[in-house]
Design a protein around this ligand. Structure first.
Ligand code: MN
Length: 230
């Protein structure tokens, strides 16, 4: 039996304008190749019940997507704030709380690191180019940049022990102040946090990355997650 992992799926619109649950298939392929069975969990579920999906799963994957509502970290909306979905924020925060209560491994990707950080009491840059201008371009369909990786971290293991690597970058928000229980384990050359992990090794496995490993076909990260859920 393949371990089932819950994967958060945002909503989108069909050509006819009907709202639908829509998950990029790259996540499905990456998880399946790692030996896992993705269970798609709509993020528009009533937050009071969303956590009920977790006993059916062994791990939680938080996927990319919209900006997080800055009200969640007590900030006023920045003029460059992108689309938000407060329903998704509520659903994912409920899933994060439920997963942590169950001591379940969590893999968080792109928006995932942001909502995870907010759930832990952290804050975000709402728009890197205007709030934290620097030499690194983080936004674009084909953008890639270097990262520095903390030795001994899961991120370092994923990159074969390397101290530096190159990742893709399709985000305009990023972690500002880290939330409780998290430590940064990778940074872009401009200092922007690109990965975070559990601060306490006694806590359940947790890796959050700002890049998109599912599109890089960076299987080592998904295999590490698979090892953690088994
Ligand atoms: Mn980046």
């Amino acid at each position: 039996m393949r371990p089932v992992v819950a994967v958060t799926a945002p909503t989108g619109r069909s050509d006819a304008g009907r709202e639908r649950v829509a998950l990029n298939v790259a996540y499905v392929h990456a998880l399946e190749r790692a030996g896992l069975l993705p269970l798609v969990v709509p993020t528009i579920l009533d937050p009071a019940h969303a956590g009920d999906a977790l006993p059916a799963a062994r791990g939680l994957v938080l996927t990319g997507g919209e900006d997080v509502d800055p009200a969640r970290y007590h900030a006023a909306p920045h003029p460059k704030l992108g689309a938000i979905d407060p329903r998704r924020d509520a659903g994912e925060l409920a899933l994060i709380a439920a997963a942590r209560a169950r001591r379940m491994p969590i893999l968080a990707i792109c928006r995932g690191i942001q909502i995870l950080n907010v759930g832990a009491g952290g804050t975000l840059y709402q728009d890197l180019p205007s709030e934290r201008p620097g030499p690194v371009d983080h936004r674009g369909e084909a953008t890639r940049h270097g990262i520095r990786i903390e030795s001994g971290s899961v991120a370092a293991q994923v990159f074969g022990g390397a101290a530096n690597a190159t990742v893709n970058s399709r985000h305009h928000q990023a972690v500002k102040e880290l939330g409780a229980g998290l430590r940064a384990t990778a940074w872009a050359d401009d200092g922007v946090i690109e990965a975070a992990e559990r601060a306490d090794s006694g806590d359940p496995w947790l890796v959050a990355v700002q890049w998109h490993p599912e599109d890089l076909d960076e299987q080592a990260l998904f295999r590490a997650f698979a090892d953690a859920v088994r």
